[in-house]
Design a protein around this ligand. Structure first.
Ligand code: URA
Length: 246
């Protein structure tokens, strides 16, 4: 037997605390009875559990957008014992993995899910999901160098795809540049600016596809809605979104 709020959280409908709220609001039914009392135990094999009238499926998928702080690794374990991004999701009971990676020192938008199919689609180069970064670089790159980057530049024998760049701040010491790319090669943005002689000193991903980080604070996450996911795919990906709240 399992606590009802745990089952709801595992189904990806809400965090455990959020699930308690939904239960107290009378939105959860077990078989024929609405349960509002906390700590109610259910048998996930036998009991039928409904949320807002729809049966919940324990195979529900979880999708969230995390604002990764610098100093966290995006692997699922680290032999050097450094903090890992899943440390930031203590109330998520299921095992999530990051879609793609961010360097240890890079901050910002990281999509996390337990949906392997989605991960594969989103990472496939064919779908060209844009990633938007704010790069603070050393010095003030001349317009010609920015143009080279936007057209594509040779790095380790490969030409990068065209990118969109614009200055956000200019100064002799450091400049802040927005760069949008859809490739995901290792340390790509750092290598691109290194190649024009203006190394990155700070890097933040501000959007993953159409999913904007917005005002999400560092170390916090938000669960994604169906609409978020539709926006992410821009209707490009033949992927059915299942079992997540609207
Ligand atoms: N490009 C980089 O250089 N680092 C990242 O973490 C992501 C993109």
């Amino acid at each position: 037997m399992e606590r009802l709020q745990k089952i709801i959280a595992q189904a990806g409908i809400a965090s455990r605390r959020g699930a308690e709220k939904l239960i107290s609001q009378g939105r959860v039914r077990v078989n024929d009875h609405v349960v509002t009392q906390m700590g109610h135990k259910v048998n996930p094999e036998k009991d039928r559990i409904f949320f807002d009238g729809s049966p919940i499926n324990l195979e529900n998928k979880i999708y969230l957008l995390l604002n990764k702080p610098a100093g966290y690794v995006t692997t699922l374990s680290d032999p050097q014992g450094r903090p890992i991004v899943t440390d930031l999701l203590p109330e998520i009971d299921v095992r999530l993995f990051p879609v793609g990676r961010l360097d240890l020192e890079t901050e910002g938008a990281l999509l996390m899910t337990n949906d392997g199919a989605l991960g594969n689609y989103v990472l496939h180069p064919r779908y060209e999901i844009n990633k938007t970064y704010e790069a603070t670089v050393k010095g003030l790159p001349p317009a010609a160098s920015i143009q080279r980057l936007s057209r594509g530049i040779m790095i380790e024998g490969h030409k990068t795809y065209p990118a969109q760049l614009r200055f956000l701040e200019k100064s002799k010491a450091h400049s802040k540049i927005e760069i949008i790319i859809h490739e995901g090669k290792k340390r790509q943005v750092r290598k691109m600016f290194q190649a024009i002689g203006h190394p990155v000193v700070h890097l933040k991903r501000t959007a993953y596809g159409n999913l904007q980080l917005g005002r999400l604070s560092s170390g916090k996450y938000r669960t994604l809605t169906k609409n978020d996911l539709k926006n992410l795919f821009l209707e490009k990906i033949p992927f059915t979104i299942k079992n997540i709240p609207a």
